[in-house]
Design a binder for this molecule. Structure first.
Ligand code: HEM
Length: 477
C-alpha cells in the first residue's frame, strides 16, 4: 500500500508538485520592476516626460496579467493547462507500445492481491481511496456553510492511499500491472469534491482516524479554540442532535469523487499515464523517471506545467467540470476513429521505409506509401526521398501544397502512426539532461523568454530617457 497522505497535506489540496508560475521568475521580475520604476521615475523628474513611465507601467501590467492569468487558470479554473495536455494525449495501444515508452492507457481497473477499504465508508476492493477532513476556519460565530468560500475551511486531516492494480487496455484487451503501490509517486487527477456531513451511522473509523480521536480526547466537547479540538468534535458529537450547536461541529469529510463514485474501485474505468516496462513478459506501467511537461500552451497563454509521478485519472474525463475545457487544437485521429482496414504503425518501423523502392512519408500523423508517386511528384522525387525516414509534416506544410495535392494524398494513404511511439522531445524532459530537472517550472527556458522581451525594452527606454535628458541639457545651456 502506498501512503500519499503526507505529500497531499504538504501541498495543501494540490495533487501536483508544481506551480503555475516559476518562483525564480518572480525573484527576477520584482528587482527588474523596481529598477525599471526607479529609472522611469528618475527620467520623469529630470526630463519631465512621463512617456517612459507610462510605457513601463503598461509593459509590466501586461506581464503581471499574463502571470495572474496563469495562476488563476491553475488554481481556480481547474488546472486548465494540465487538463488540456491530458486530453490531447491519444490513448496508447498496449500491443504496439514499447519498453520505456510514455503511455496513456484507459481501461477497466481490477484489484491485485492487495485492495484498500476507504476509511470512512466501508467500500471494499479499492485501488485509490482518500479521505480529507476539513475544519471550519472561522471563530465559530457563524453557521457553517460548505458552499462558502474555501478560505474558511482548513484541511485538518488527510488520508490518501493507493495500491498496485491491473488495468485492461480498452484498445487491445491486454492487461498490465499499474505500479501505484509502495514507493511510487501517484498524481491522482481526481476531484475530491464529495462533501459528506458526518452522522452517527457513518462513523466507521479507520485506525488513523481513531488514533486522532484518542490523542485528542481530553478536549472533547470543550470550547472550540484549536483546530485539534475541532477535529475531535467530529467523532464525539452527533451532528444530528438538536442539542449540539450548529457551529460547534463544523466539519465535513471530503472524499475522492470519481464520476459520482467516492473512490477508485474494481470495475471503474481509469486512465493511467506512466512508463511501460516489460519484466519477464509481464507488462507494467510505472512512474516515469522523467518530468512530464505540458509544454507552453500559447493558444491559452499558459506556461508549461511539469508533473512528476504516475498519473491516475478517471477514464472518461469529459463529464467533469475539471476537464470541461475546449481543446485548443484538433486531436490527431485515433486508430479506432479511422475507417476499417487502415493500419497503425510504430514510428521506428515506418522510418525504415526511406529508399527509392520503398518510400513512406509521415505527414500529420498519417502514413503514405509514395513509392509509386516518386516519378510523378511535381516537386521531384529527391524531395520526397529526403522527407522520408522522419516526420515530414513541416516539410510538406512549408511548401504550401494545394487542395488538389491534399486530395491526391488520399490515394497513397496506408495508415497512421501510433503517436505515442513518436519521440516526445518537447513534452518530456530527461531527468539527467539539465540542471533544471526537478526544479519544475523554474526552468531558465521560460525566464530567458521573459527576459528576452524585458531587458531590451528596459535598455531602449533607458536610452530614450538619456537622449531626452541630453537634449534638455543642451537647450538649457
Ligand atoms: C503524399 C505526399 C505528397 C503529395 C501527394 C504531393 C503532391 C504535390 C503536388 C500535386 C504538387 C504540385 C503543386 C500543388 O498542387 O501544390 C507538389 C509540389 C511540390 N511538392 Fe509535393 N506532395 C507530397 C509530399 C511532398 C513532400 C513531403 C515534400 C517535401 C518537401 C514536397 C515538396 C514539394 C515541392 C518542393 C513541390 C514543388 C512546389 C512548386 O514547384 O511550387 N511534397 N506536390
Amino acid at each position: 500500500m502506498n501512503d500519499l497522505s503526507n505529500a497531499a497535506v504538504s501541498e495543501h489540496q494540490t495533487s501536483f508538485s508544481c506551480k503555475p508560475i516559476p518562483s525564480l521568475a518572480l525573484f527576477i521580475l520584482i528587482p527588474l520592476f523596481l529598477i525599471g520604476l526607479f529609472v522611469s521615475v528618475f527620467i520623469l523628474v529630470v526630463v519631465h516626460n512621463a512617456a517612459f513611465l507610462l510605457s513601463f507601467l503598461l509593459l509590466f501590467a501586461l506581464v503581471a496579467s499574463f502571470l495572474a492569468w496563469n495562476a488563476v487558470n491553475w488554481r481556480h479554473h481547474n488546472r486548465s493547462a494540465f487538463a488540456i495536455f491530458i486530453n490531447s494525449l491519444p490513448d496508447s495501444d498496449l500491443r504496439l507500445a514499447r519498453e520505456g515508452q510514455l503511455v496513456k492507457i484507459t481501461g477497466v481497473a481490477s484489484c491485485g492481491s492487495l485492495s484498500l477499504e476507504t476509511s470512512y465508508e466501508r467500500v471494499a476492493r479499492c485501488m485509490y481511496a482518500s479521505t480529507l477532513l476539513y475544519e471550519y476556519g472561522q471563530f465559530g460565530l457563524k453557521p457553517a456553510n460548505v458552499k462558502r468560500s474555501w478560505f474558511q475551511w482548513n484541511l485538518a486531516y488527510c488520508e490518501r492511499f493507493s495500491t498496485d492494480f491491473y488495468i485492461t487496455d480498452r484498445k487491445s484487451g491486454i492487461s498490465a500491472v499499474v505500479k501505484a503501490g509502495s514507493g511510487c509517486k501517484v498524481i491522482p487527477l481526481i476531484i475530491e469534491n464529495k462533501l459528506v456531513t458526518t452522522t452517527n451511522q457513518r462513523r466507521a473509523l479507520s485506525p488513523h482516524l481513531s488514533n486522532l480521536v484518542t490523542r485528542t480526547k481530553p478536549f472533547r466537547r470543550g470550547p472550540i479554540t484549536t483546530s485539534r479540538r475541532r477535529v475531535t468534535s467530529l467523532y464525539d458529537t452527533d451532528l444530528e442532535s438538536p442539542t449540539i450547536s450548529a457551529y460547534a461541529c463544523l466539519k465535513h469529510l471530503q472524499h475522492a469523487d470519481l464520476n459520482e463514485l467516492l473512490h477508485v474501485q474494481e470495475g471503474n474505468t481509469v486512465t493511467v499515464i506512466g512508463m511501460l516496462r516489460k519484466v519477464d513478459d509481464v507488462l507494467m506501467i510505472v512512474q516515469t523517471p522523467e518530468l512530464i511537461s505540458t509544454g507552453c500552451l500559447w493558444q491559452r497563454l499558459l506556461l508549461p506545467v511539469d508533473v512528476d509521478g504516475l498519473i491516475l485519472a478517471p477514464g472518461d474525463i469529459r463529464p467533469f467540470t475539471f476537464y470541461q475545457i475546449p481543446l485548443p487544437f484538433d486531436l490527431p485521429l485515433k486508430p479506432q476513429d479511422m475507417g476499417s482496414g487502415e493500419k497503425v504503425f510504430v514510428y521506428e518501423d515506418l522510418v525504415q521505409h526511406k529508399n527509392r523502392t520503398d518510400c513512406w512519408l509521415l505527414i500529420s500523423g498519417k502514413v503514405y506509401d509514395v513509392t509509386q508517386f516518386l516519378e510523378e511528384h511535381p516537386g521531384g522525387d529527391e524531395v520526397l526521398l529526403a522527407a522520408s525516414g522522419k516526420d515530414a509534416t513541416d516539410d510538406f506544410e512549408d511548401v504550401g501544397h494545394s487542395d488538389d495535392a491534399r486530395e491526391l494524398m488520399k490515394k497513397y494513404l496506408i495508415g497512421e502512426v501510433d503517436s505515442t511511439t513518436v519521440p516526445l522531445r518537447k513534452t518530456v524532459k530527461p531527468m539527467a539532461s539539465t540542471t533544471v530537472t526537478h526544479q519544475h517550472n523554474d526552468g531558465p527556458g521560460i525566464l530567458s523568454k521573459i527576459l528576452q522581451f524585458l531587458v531590451p525594452l528596459l535598455i531602449l527606454g533607458f536610452a530614450f530617457g538619456l537622449q531626452f535628458f541630453g537634449k534638455k541639457e543642451k537647450t538649457e545651456t
